[in-house]
Ligand binder design. Structure first.
Ligand code: URA
Length: 264
C-alpha cells in the first residue's frame, strides 16, 4: 500500500478510537519502524525492531481445549434473567436495559461485538444502531438474517459514553457469554473488533487485531474468525472489502455459496 493510503487508514483509525472515547493507543516500536521504512525518511530513536515472527499467529486456545458443556436445565432465558438482575460491575448503574443477545439456537454463526451503545441500551437488542445496520446488511449479504444467526456482546450493559469496557468489567461479564456459547453451540464465531477478540482468545503478546484479522483462531474448539468491528468500517469504508473477505472465508468453512458483495 502507498504511504498516503497507510496514513489515511491510520488517521481514520485514530478518529474512530477518539469517537469510541479512547484517548491513548499503544504503538509498538516495530510499527513505528515499519512506517519509517515506508516513508524512507522518518527517523526514530526507538530500539532496534525485534525480528518478525515467521509463523502465522498461533491460536492461544488450542484445538484440544474442551468445549464447556451447558449445565443441565440451563437456558438462554435463564441467562438473560440473571443478566437483567446483575449488579456485578458499575455498568449496571446507568443502564436502561440489559442486552443479552438475539437470534436462534444452534446457529451456524455467532457474531460477538463489544458492548451495547445508546440505541441498544434503549431497546435491549444488540447491534440496532448505525453499526448494527451495517452488520445486518453484511449478515444478509451472506445469505442469513438476524433470525438465523445469533448476535451477542462481550458486555451486556452499555459503558458510559460508549467507552470500551474495562478489563474488570469484561471479566465479570464474560461468564454469561460463555454460558450462552455452551447453550448455543454455534458452528462458528465471528469476533467483531479488538474487545471481542481479546475477550475470547488469549492472543500472544504483540498480536493485535490488525495482525490476526482474517486468520482462523479457536474458542474452546469452535472456529473463530477475528475481523474488524462495523463501527471501524463506518469510519473507514476501505475496510469493508477485507471484512467481506473474512466473511467469505466463514461461508467457505460452512460449505455455503459465496454471494457477490453488493455496493453498500
Ligand atoms: N457495538 C457493539 O459492539 N455492540 C452493539 O450491540 C452495538 C454496537
Amino acid at each position: 500500500m502507498e504511504l498516503d493510503g497507510i496514513l489515511n487508514d491510520v488517521s481514520a483509525y485514530l478518529e474512530w478510537e477518539l469517537d469510541e472515547g479512547r484517548r491513548t493507543v499503544s504503538v509498538s516500536p516495530d510499527v513505528v519502524a515499519e512506517l519509517g521504512d515506508a516513508a524512507g525518511k522518518v527517523e526514530t530513536e526507538m530500539p532496534e525492531p525485534k525480528p518478525k515472527p515467521q509463523a502465522p499467529p498461533t491460536p492461544a486456545v488450542s484445538s484440544s481445549t474442551p468445549r464447556t458443556p451447558a449445565k443441565p436445565g440451563d437456558s438462554l432465558e435463564a441467562v438473560a434473567a440473571e443478566i437483567a438482575e446483575c449488579t456485578a460491575c458499575e455498568l449496571h448503574e446507568a443502564r436502561t436495559n440489559t442486552v443479552p443477545g438475539q437470534g436462534c439456537m444452534h446457529p451456524d454463526i455467532l457474531f460477538i461485538g463489544e458492548a451495547p451503545g445508546a440505541d441498544e441500551d434503549a431497546q435491549g437488542i444488540p447491534f440496532v444502531g448505525r453499526s448494527g445496520q451495517l452488520l445486518t446488511k453484511m449478515i444478509e449479504a451472506m445469505g442469513y438474517s438476524r433470525d438465523t444467526v445469533f448476535i451477542a456482546n462481550i458486555n451486556k450493559c452499555r459503558p458510559p459514553g460508549n467507552r470500551a469496557p474495562s478489563p474488570a468489567e469484561m471479566q465479570v461479564c464474560i461468564p454469561y457469554l460463555k454460558r450462552q456459547i455452551s447453550l448455543l453451540e454455534p458452528k462458528l464465531i465471528v469476533a467483531l473488533g479488538a474487545t471481542a477478540i481479546n475477550g475470547l482468545v488469549d492472543l500472544p503478546k504483540g498480536m493485535g487485531i490488525t495482525k490476526v484479522r482474517g486468520s482462523w483462531l479457536e474458542f474452546e474448539g469452535i472456529p473463530l474468525m477475528p475481523t474488524f468491528h462495523p463501527a471501524y468500517m463506518l469510519r473507514n469504508p476501505n475496510m469493508k472489502r477485507p471484512v467481506w473477505e473474512d466473511l467469505k472465508n466463514v461461508l467457505r468453512r460452512l460449505g455455503k455459496p459465496i454471494p457477490e458483495m453488493k455496493k453498500a
